[in-house]
Every structure is written in C-alpha cells, then in structure tokens.
Design a binder for this molecule. Sequence first.
Ligand code: IPE
Ligand code: IPE
Ligand code: MG
Length: 258
Amino acid sequence: MNPEAESTASTQLPRSPLPRHVAIIMDGNGRWAETRGLPRLEGHREGAKSVRDVVRAARRSGLEALTLYAFSAQNWARPSEEVTGLMELLRDYLIDERPEIIENGIQLRAIGDIDRLPALVRAPLDALSTDSAANSDMVLNLALSYGGRESIAAAAQRLAKRVAAGELDPGDLDVEQFGAEMPTAKLPGLDLLIRTSGEQRISNFLLWEAGYAELYFTEVLWPDFRKEALADALEEYQTRERRFGLTGAQIESGDLAP
Ligand code: IPE
Ligand code: IPE
Ligand code: MG
C-alpha cells in the first residue's frame, strides 16, 4: 500500500460488514438490445452472461445468499415469443452452469410459482435443486414466475388453513410467524437490494423481505452489469449506516438494548 492510500484508509470511517444476502432486479435487457438495433432476446442472451459473471463474483466475495429476479409473475403477459425465448435461456443456464454450481458448493433454490414453468425448465431446475441441496457455500436463489404480493398472499393462505384446522391461534400470528412462512425464511435477512437500468421501483419483488434492506439503484443496464459493478454496489453498501429505527448514536455506541 502506498503512503497516500494508507493515510486515506486510516481517516475513513470503519466500514460495515459485507451484506449476507443480496437480491438483484436484473432489468434493462430489452433496452440494451434495442439501442443496438437487435431483437430483445439478444439482450436476454447477453444478460445471461452477466448472471454467470455476477454469481461467480458473489461466491468469491463470500456472500451467503444471492436472490436473482429472473422472471416475474407479471412477465407471463409479454409476447409469447419473448416468454418462450426466456424459458429456453433459463433451461440453457441451468444445464450449462450445473457443473460450476455443484463444484463451487452453491446451493440452487427457486422461489415463485414454479408449477407454472414449462417442463423444459422444471426438469433441470428440480434436478439441480436436489443435487445441490447439501451445498453450503452460497445459496443462489432464483425468483421465477415470482411476485412479492403473490408470495405474501400464498403465505396468508397457508396460515389461514392452519388456523382453520385448529393448529394455529390467530393471536400468535406475529411478524416472526409470518416471516417463517415466506419462501425466503431459511435465508439470511435481505441486506441489499440492487436494481439495474435506472428504474427506481420494486416491481413486485421481495416486498416483505425488503422491509429493512438497503436499496441501490444504478443506471447500468443488466447486460453491462458485471463483477466490477457488483463490487461498486457492495462498496456503496459498506458506507451505509443501517439504523433499524434506532438513533445514529445508539448504533455508534453499540448499545442496542431496547
Ligand atoms: C429484464 O429486462 C429481464 C426480464 C424482465 C425478464 P427487460 O426485458 O425488462 O428489459 P427492459 O426493461 O425492457 O429494457
Ligand atoms: C422486473 O422487471 C422483473 C425482472 C427483472 C424479472 P420488469 O421489466 O418486468 O419491471 P417493470 O415492468 O419495469 O416494472
Ligand atoms: Mg424491464
């Protein structure tokens, strides 16, 4: 380290730890293609390369969980050729990346209405989920046919059934109980939510889970979002002070008792 860098480092505030769980709204594939005069599907194809690069970088950085919004419940309404193309890309990803995912100790999971996916995706998805289930170095969680509202409604439905069956007292239904019913319950809490392509909205992603996540919006389109862009997001996260409703002084003193 040169002396100048050292003095800069020593005057910096202590950095927060790395996020444990990062989620990404991978947006902008269509615009990436359209500005090049290419069909939208070419943008999705290039976006799949970003997925490969970012998953690899996330694993190397030591993240515990990475949730990727790959296809929303609302994306089914896109033109059928685009939906079909996306499903085929997803199948290719699951088949091509299988060896690397297994070798790198990555556990693949999926959230969303998985039953709605075509068999060509379901088969490699189920196989990889099963065969990587014992891996523990990082969870790669794919949100497929996923909607945050849908996932909350489904959780409410399951809980209501338990109440109707007399297994659960409605008075016991608190935030913890409800959270345990969410499909992300086994993952660390969401620390950082990234959205690419300049849009500043959640688009029905992890609505429950994002309650206290740090939000990071970047103009970079998803096909251009590679490991360097992930490093920038992680660096920005580490400058944030997460207060969870407390005062800055409480956080700084480490006195977090209520
Ligand atoms: C994100 O890119 C990928 C999916 C939603 C599947 P888009 O396809 O939404 O790209 P834009 O927003 O049209 O540029
Ligand atoms: C969100 O992007 C869904 C995914 C990235 C899979 P969209 O492009 O579908 O979101 P809107 O339509 O801009 O809100
Ligand atoms: Mg979009």
